[in-house]
Design a protein around this ligand. Structure first.
Ligand code: C2O
Ligand code: CU
Ligand code: CU
Length: 563
């Protein structure tokens, strides 16, 4: 038995409105709730966790340099919806089963508002993790217009909390973007693609299925429930509906596509054979639009975003399927992992309701190329171990809590990070706080002891990767080189693999941006594009609406708002 495809219309997550203002800063409240939601018309409503009771969560629409505050509240039950492995770090039996903390993925925020894995809290803030600081988060939005997303980040159960539904969009906009005259309004649609599995019969029919044990049971037997090395669902869900359809007019649309899956990669194509025109990546607009050819497909690892234009104008009256042929795990595949060859359907109407006056501009944004000459290079290794019969993936052979913190860039400095992948799979590596650029990837030769004995010639990133990124695919047998300017804030941030099963099982490390007495982040940096400027985060002039005083004193106002 399986579910029929393309029977439900694609939902568009609603935009959240602030509850009011605190010191002139829009103030939001979001409660995480367990609700029943109809994910497919042939299924009974499914129990999910949603921000404000919505899966996916409501979309934040904010303006660049106009900060907001959000009070995130946990109204979830005390018992988890999904099997919690109590042997995973941070989920030990003496910890509450349900813990949450919200991370704004790709956001340039201070560490105390970043959603640190141990800054979790339970219902009514009754229990708090060791790094919990305050109830209200401050988001300065001092970065390029782009597609961010927010999702849960609680230590040891992120994979389960996100799978249960805790994720949503966060869009930053500005005037420069509006001047581009891209498709907008109802012609601009966010799509979060996820894979899930369901109980399709029996008492739990319609409920989410998440495995409690790995597929291949190794000796010695793992604990039950056990973390699994990866999860691949057999059902595609877009914006919270199973295999939905979307009626479109024969004209241009802008889609902000997010891979919100735990482990699955997607290589997306349109069954009509047409190309995507990609305009943006994780961190905002590319310099100019890039044609992603149908034969190449649009490849998105977990947490990657592709901002694309699809032009349906030559396809009036046709049905077009968004397809996927990425192997799971990526890139080598495993015959046991369910394929997900179809994602959703576009039904192109016969006529437009009004002429399409939107454009695909020839240039999109200013893009500073960070210079790799004479900057520190940090070699990092992605490795795998077998522990208690289970696969464990690690960064630099260290676990989340191992000391010292080995990655310690100084505020304002540019560094190259090398990611030597000694494992068999591609890992989407994500750094908090910064947007980086991909320099290149080079083949590596590894001897039997896992030592890199040869590094080949570097290969440029694909044209649609030549923008700002916060998540990069580090392929097996390659070194992937990225470059970032660290800052503008100091403190400890995570970097990790965004395969959530890896992240929860120690493929995550802290890094610390150290204070730099020679660097003043409030002063412009030569060569910086205005969109990227660190200084905008400290800009106090009245027209910007971005009050740096409040930025520092927000703790006070958050107390005020939490009573
Ligand atoms: Cu999208 Cu540390 O996460
Ligand atoms: Cu992040
Ligand atoms: Cu990984």
């Amino acid at each position: 038995m399986s579910l029929d495809k393309f029977v439900d219309a694609l939902p568009i997550p609603r935009v959240i409105k602030p509850k009011g203002k605190h010191n002139g800063v829009p103030y939001y409240e979001v409660a995480m709730k367990q609700v029943k939601q109809q994910l497919h018309s042939d299924l009974p409503p499914t129990t999910v966790w949603g921000y404000n009771g919505l899966y996916p969560g409501p979309t934040f629409e904010v303006r660049r340099n106009q900060p907001i505050m959000v009070k995130w509240e946990n109204h979830l039950p005390y018992e988890h919806l999904l099997p919690v492995d109590r042997t995973v770090h941070g989920a030990d039996p003496d910890q509450p089963s349900v813990r949450t903390v919200v991370h704004l993925h790709g956001g340039r925020v201070r560490p105390e508002n970043d959603g640190f894995p141990e800054a979790w809290f339970t219902k009514n803030f009754r229990n708090k993790g060791t790094k919990f600081l305050h109830e209200v988060y401050y988001y300065p939005n001092c970065q390029r217009p782009t597609t961010l997303w927010y999702h849960d980040h609680a230590i040891g159960i992120t994979r389960l909390n996100v799978y249960a539904g805790l994720a949503g969009f966060y869009l930053i906009r500005d005037e420069a973007e509006e001047r581009l005259n891209l498709p907008s309004g109802k012609y601009e649609i966010p799509l979060v693609i996820q894979d899930r599995s369901f109980y399709l019969s029996g008492e739990r029919r319609g409920e989410l299925f998440y495995p409690s044990l790995p597929n291949e049971l190794p000796p010695p037997p793992p604990p039950n429930p056990s973390v699994v090395p990866e999860f691949f669902g057999d059902t595609a869900i877009v914006n919270g509906k199973v295999w939905p359809f979307l009626e479109v007019e024969p004209r241009k649309y802008r889609f902000r596509i997010l891979n919100g899956s735990n482990s699955r990669f997607y290589r997306l194509r349109l069954s009509s054979g047409q190309n995507f025109v990609q305009i943006g990546t994780d961190g905002g607009f590319l310099e100019e639009p890039v044609i992603v050819k149908n034969q190449d497909g649009l490849l998105l690892a977990p947490a990657e975003r592709g901002d694309v234009i699809i032009d349906f104008s030559n396809f009036a009256g046709q049905n077009i399927i968004l397809t996927n042929d990425a192997p799971s795990p990526f890139p080598n595949g495993n015959p046991d992992a369910p394929l997900l060859p179809e994602i959703m359907q576009f039904r192109v109407k016969e006529n437009v309701s009004r002429p399409d006056r939107s454009e695909i501009p020839t240039t999109l944004s200013c893009l500073e190329r960070l210079d790799p000459n004479n900057v520190p290079v940090r070699p990092n290794k992605l490795v795998e171990r077998i522990e208690a019969g289970r696969l464990k993936l690690l960064l630099n052979d260290m676990e989340w809590n191992d000391l010292p913190i080995t990655e310690t860039p100084y505020n304002g400095t540019v560094e190259v990070w090398e990611l030597y992948n000694l494992t068999a799979d591609t890992h989407p590596i994500h750094l908090h706080l910064v947007q980086f650029q991909i320099l290149n990837r080079a083949p590596i030769t590894i001897d039997n002891n896992g030592i890199v004995i040869d590094v080949g010639d570097p290969v440029d990133p694909a044209p649609n990767e030549r923008g700002w990124k916060d998540t990069v695919r580090a392929n097996p047998n390659e070194v992937t080189r990225i470059i970032a300017r660290f800052g503008p804030f100091t403190g400890i941030y995570p970097w990790h693999c965004h395969i959530l099963e890896h992240e929860d099982h120690e493929m995550m490390r802290p890094y610390e941006v150290l204070d730099n007495p020679n660097f003043d982040p409030s002063q412009p940096i030569p060569g910086e594009c205005p969109d990227d400027a660190f200084s905008q985060c400290f800009d106090c002039h009245p027209s910007s609406n971005h009050d740096c005083r409040k930025n520092e004193d927000y703790e006070e106002s958050s107390d005020e708002s939490s009573d």
